[in-house]
Design a protein around this ligand. Structure first.
Ligand code: ADP
Ligand code: MG
Ligand code: MG
Length: 378
């Protein structure tokens, strides 16, 4: 969607913006919202980021905005002062002239404005261990600050987002219906999924049984949802549209899924799909460095399971869509969804092959931090 499709000037007028906006430029690599950089021409006044919220994905925009308002207020209340050595920032929503935090235009579009974090950048692909470590720290710190906020305060903006039992029910329904007549092509993939159904439901089931706590989690821990400063330090966790109650293992797993894959999410040549273990270690160290103090033993135990679950769940969703005739995910060619599913299952196979080593990395890192933490307390 180009800038000229919308009357940006008219939209911007509804927000309490300082100075005069010189223009709007489509910005960033997000896949969900339409994002525009509002450049300020008044000296001393900040730039802003305008977003049209995708209300097809998010059916309850007021609920989503309320979640962000509550979470950013909580983060601010817990953020230590400048002298703490922490330099993380919190996204700031700008209010409208009506005192709301979003504006709904005559066409039914929902708009919001954030303060623009100048001089920052995001990475679509992790290049170095240092970046992975910083990314782990950013999401770990985010979860730590929110670890004692009551998750019941937030609404579930996408119901059953990480409910693997629901995702598997959808797959079974798609197999039975066989709407696109493709079931016979994917017998091997269906078998792969079936063999793992029980083990992959452990996090969900433990959550239902109260063995794993519900926390407030980010739920879209892609790497480009962290802004880095000029020194490549994580500066701010962004894209809070999916913050809602969840399990920490989901955030850990989705970050690992996107960081450690040496190939693209839809790589057709399965031999190219390998896992980058140094990046796994770096992310885990950064994450645990921040999160060890609040994680329960059961949560620590769940982390590697989360790393296996997220590619599994993503693969199940691609496979389901393939069987339904490609109705949900955008596809670039026929068979794209089954290529994506196979790539995710290959990634999971690689994780399974290295499970002992990867689990041990987590256990060792947690143990090192817990003992250091204990020493510091004494
Ligand atoms: P999407 O849900 O579409 O991914 P995001 O909220 O992640 O939308 O925004 C898209 C991109 O815009 C981000 O990847 C980042 O590069 C940039 N961005 C988002 N928020 C800010 C901000 N407050 N300041 C500067 N850049 C931002
Ligand atoms: Mg994003
Ligand atoms: Mg998003």
């Amino acid at each position: 969607t180009g800038t000229n499709t919308f009357n940006i000037t008219a939209i911007v007028k509804h927000f309490n913006i300082a100075g005069e906006i010189a223009g709007a430029e489509a910005f960033g690599n997000g896949h969900i919202n339409d994002t525009f950089w509002l450049k300020n021409q008044t000296s001393g006044c900040p730039d802003y980021l305008l977003q049209r919220i995708n209300h097809h994905v998010f059916k309850d925009v007021p609920g989503l905005i309320e979640n962000i308002r509550l979470v950013t207020a909580y983060l601010n209340s817990k953020m230590p002062g400048e002298d703490s050595g922490k330099s993380q920032k919190v996204l700031k929503l700008i209010d409208t002239t009506d005192g709301e935090l979003f504006h709904r235009d005559a066409d039914g579009n929902y708009w919001r404005v954030y303060l623009f974090l100048a001089g920052s950048r995001s990475y679509d692909i992790v290049l170095t261990e240092q970046q992975a470590y910083e990314g782990g720290k950013a999401f770990g710190y985010f979860q730590t600050l929110l670890s004692d906020m009551d998750p019941q305060q937030l609404s579930e903006t996408i119901v059953d987002f990480h409910n693997i039992r629901k995702r598997l029910r959808d797959l079974h329904k798609a197999i039975v219906e066989n709407a696109a007549g493709r079931v016979d092509e994917v017998n091997a993939e269906i078998k792969f999924v079936s063999e793992r159904e029980k083990s992959m439901a452990v996090i969900y089931d433990q959550g239902c049984e109260g063995l794993l706590p519900k926390r407030i989690t980010h739920n879209d821990t892609k790497f480009n949802n962290i802004l880095f400063d000029a020194d490549d330090k994580a500066e701010c966790v962004i894209d809070l549209d999916t913050v809602m109650p969840g399990h920490v293992a989901y955030d850990f797993g989705d970050a690992i899924r996107t960081i450690i894959n040496t190939a693209a999410e839809d790589e057709p040549d399965l031999d190219k799909i390998q896992i980058n273990i140094p990046l796994f270690k770096a992310y885990a160290e950064g994450y645990i460095n921040e999160a060890h103090a609040f994680l329960t033993d059961a949560e620590v135990e769940s982390l590697f399971l989360g790393a296996m679950l997220l590619p599994y769940m993503q693969g199940v969703r691609f496979l389901t869509d393939y069987l339904q005739g490609d109705t949900y995910f955008k596809t670039a060619y026929p068979g794209h969804n089954v290529v994506r599913a196979r790539a995710q299952f290959k990634l999971l196979t690689k994780l399974e092959e290295q499970a002992t080593l990867l689990r041990q990395i987590i256990i060792d890192t947690v143990a090192a931090h817990k003992s250091r933490y204990k020493e510091e307390q004494n």
